[in-house]
Design a protein around this ligand. Structure first.
Ligand code: NAP
Length: 310
């Protein structure tokens, strides 16, 4: 049977859309993708989500949202969406996943964004062997050894602060001499004696030991071009994210970075019946709470669209 509404993604945007759509009686089918719960499941404590004055673990927050949506009738399919198309005759959307093909009258894309790597030679082989984008997942493996975080934003600062629990020393490698992170986050990092900022620096090359594990990097000074070697057991990349929008093909319009464009004041995309919410469609705010808010709006927009078809 054709679905009324399919929601793709289970971060704050997808779950909030699912809660609203389920409460509206739409019984949405939600595709979880490979990373159930999205990026927040790889973070530690979330201190700025309203309603949790003591903070809440990202994974606990996502689990609670998941339960809340399910309670109202959202259904989960633990499959990864591969492509999205639209039947020209019926106007139905066809969502092709790792498990099959599903048809729906409306779709909400809430697939978030994926951590970016600089694309240096040998990088792919090193991921999981001293190169990662998730301190929460991998930090505890690197106890009493030197590690580095690359980036100057909130993520880089958060990861660096977290890693001081384990590492002997945390280098913060940033390409400029000023952090982009919020003032509070900057203060937390710059006042921590275990964190050493390396300003105006980028990684030019990785070096491995005989076992293929990261052993050192070549640092390049972005001002002078001078290089030097820095022994490290792990590098945690925090240089931003790429929106997961490619699977939607020509059904959506994107900006130069791949973020889905929505119509002003709406979550509607270029295709009627197709909506987008959260980090995949938000190059500016990228917060859990703003993603959740956009998920709510997408569900309301989808509900109105479905009513207009009746
Ligand atoms: P971001 O703010 O875009 O920062 C990315 C950082 O990586 C920037 O410092 C950038 O340098 C650097 N960078 C980008 N490309 C690079 C490259 N090729 N080589 C070296 N460095 C590179 O990303 P983010 O830190 O992931 O944060 C994303 C959003 O989530 C932000 O809105 C942030 O406020 C939010 N966030 C909030 C929290 C929190 O409130 N607790 C935690 C995490 C994230 P430049 O500065 O030179 O551009």
């Amino acid at each position: 049977m054709d679905e009324k509404l399919i929601i793709i993604g289970t971060g704050p945007a997808g779950y909030t859309a699912a809660i609203y759509a389920a409460r509206a009686g739409l019984s949405p089918l939600v595709f979880t993708g490979a990373q159930l719960g999205g990026q927040l499941t790889t973070t530690t404590e979330v201190e700025n989500f309203p309603g949790f004055p003591q903070g809440i673990m990202g994974s606990d927050l996502m689990f609670a949202m998941s339960e809340q949506a399910e309670k109202f009738g959202a259904r989960y399919a633990y499959e990864e969406v591969l492509s999205l198309a639209q039947e020209s005759c019926s106007g139905l959307f066809v969502v092709t996943t790792s498990g099959g093909a599903y048809k729906a009258k409306a779709v909400i894309i809430a697939t978030g964004a994926t951590a970016r790597y600089p694309g240096l030679p040998g990088e792919e082989k090193l991921i999981g062997h001293g190169l990662t984008a998730c301190a929460t997942c991998d930090g505890a493996f690197y106890r009493e050894v030197p590690v580095a975080v690359v980036g100057g934003g909130d993520s880089a600062c958060e990861e660096a602060a977290f890693l001081t629990r384990f590492a002997s020393e945390v280098f913060l490698i940033h390409r400029r001499d000023q952090l982009r992170a919020s003032k509070a986050m900057q203060q937390r990092v710059l006042s921590n004696p275990k964190i050493q900022p390396l300003w105006n620096s980028t990684i030019a090359a990785y070096h491995t030991d005989a076992a293929g594990e990261l052993a050192a990097v070549t640092l390049r000074d972005t001002q002078t071009g001078a290089t030097r070697e820095l022994p490290l057991k792990c590098v945690f990349m925090a240089i931003g994210h790429t929106p997961n929008s490619a699977f939607a093909g020509a059904l959506v319009e994107r900006d130069a970075a791949g973020f889905i464009r929505t119509l002003p004041g709406s979550t509607a995309t270029a295709t009627p019946g197709l909506f987008a919410a959260g980090d995949v469609a938000d190059p500016v705010y990228q917060q859990a709470i703003s993603a959740a808010g956009m998920g709510c709006r997408a569900a309301l927009d989808a509900e109105r669209y479905l009513l207009s078809l009746e």
